[in-house]
Write a protein that binds this ligand. Structure first.
Ligand code: 8OZ
Length: 381
């Protein structure tokens, strides 16, 4: 019953796909529809270079249809948390090359997530202790995660329009380095309140120049970055992540439906590998986020859609069978279950993720979650 289709919206007279149906995603051929979501784990080595521990972690998860790397800063100023990896130095490229080689040898495919945090940083994480940058000088509520522990966010410095080409060029160069590092593609992180999302939503963008105000203007910088990335990667190897309902990092928009409808429609003409959409989490609803479910975007977007947001196996199977999404990305479940596709296929019990080891640390809670075949007499609950 496995079927192939790159026209997922044409459901007529086709067997409904399962999570285990192979699928063409742009230029990529995925063995299944179970994607490892990007997960910040704060375990890069010195110089923010991927190290042996990271190679092992990703290698263990190579049975995913696709792995999306943890968010990876495109430049030192794009960093906002301790020990997140970069993709701007030759040492980082070499470190990532070891990761992609291991994933490929194990039969997997992997894209790199390109990240600039914008205002979600702190002077103590910035070169020369400078202020974080943003579209507008609006301080986020909350605290930055720093090497000295949580610290109140600062008011960022508003970027001048003539600085934007430099950041756009950093995205292009990082995308080029991702090729050199052996990735199968890249995902642009345009979600969760980081720099590109700060441009897109009007709660964080109060600019009065060509990069703010109208929807067209707020989409301008994200689309300039996309075009720069498309100078070094074919569209069929480029994805983008959006969080239309997201409230994380003190995000809001006066009309999320209009904003994200326009953005997804604008993306349609680029022929991207996929759009990765996060649905509202329970916390988003509590913080006033509106529900813009994947079925809404499916009603007009004809390309490949990946959905994310606390999906379990049953819910994931349903959303794929209905055709509302083509792919489902799993964060916590993949974190705790290196062999998640096999476990879902066989209906095996799942290891339970331990939040105490999500961010930072070593092998514990990172590479020591057992695959089903490796479990001992006392597996994790
Ligand atoms: C959790 C902790 C730190 C960063 C995101 C990159 O939400 C993140 C992130 C998540 O996209």
């Amino acid at each position: 019953m496995e079927q192939e289709t790159n026209k997922p919206h044409q459901k007529a007279r086709r067997e409904a796909p399962t999570l285990f149906s192979p699928i063409n995603v742009g230029a990529l051929r995925l063995a299944n529809r179970i994607v490892m979501a990007p997960l910040t784990r704060n375990r890069a080595g010195p110089g923010f270079v991927p190290q042996d521990l990271n190679v092992e972690y990703y290698r263990q998860r190579a049975s995913a249809g696709l792995i999306i790397s943890e968010a990876t800063q495109i430049a030192p100023e794009g960093m906002g948390y301790p020990d997140t990896p970069g993709i701007y130095s030759d040492e980082q490229v070499a470190g990532w090359r070891r990761v992609t080689d291991a994933v490929h040898t194990a039969g997997g495919q992997m894209v790199l997530q390109l990240w600039h945090v914008g205002r979600i940083s702190h002077p103590s994480l910035q070169p020369g202790r400078q202020l974080p940058v943003a579209p507008s000088a609006i301080k986020p509520a909350g605290q930055a995660a720093t090497y000295e522990g949580p610290q109140e966010f600062v008011t960022p410095r508003a970027l001048a329009a003539d600085e934007l080409p430099r950041i756009r060029d950093q995205y292009r160069e990082a995308a080029r380095k991702a090729r050199a590092a052996g990735f199968d593609g890249v995902e642009i992180h345009n979600a969760n309140g980081y720099l590109l999302d700060q441009f897109l939503r009007d709660g964080t963008n109060r600019r009065t120049d060509l990069y703010g105000g109208t929807l067209e203007n707020r989409m301008r910088f994200p689309l300039e970055v996309l075009k720069a990335v498309l100078e070094v990667w074919p569209a069929g190897r480029v994805g983008i992540r959006l969080s239309p309902s997201g409230t994380m990092n003190d995000m809001h928009d006066s009309d999320p439906k209009a904003t994200f409808t326009a953005m997804v429609k604008a993306l349609e003409s680029y022929g991207l590998a996929y759009i990765h959409i996060m649905e509202a989490l329970e916390a988003d609803i509590r913080h006033g986020g509106v529900q813009l479910p994947i079925s809404y975007f499916r009603s007009f977007y004809k390309g490949i859609l990946m959905v994310n947001g606390e999906y379990d196996g049953l819910k994931a199977q349903a959303v794929v069978a209905l055709g509302d999404a083509d792919l489902v990305s799993f964060g916590r479940l993949f974190l705790a279950n290196p062999d998640l596709p096999a476990r879902l296929r066989e209906g095996l019990p799942l290891n339970v993720p331990d939040p105490r080891t999500f961010y930072g640390g070593g092998a514990a809670g990172y590479t020591d979650y057992p695959a089903w075949a490796q479990r001992t007499d006392s597996p994790r609950p």
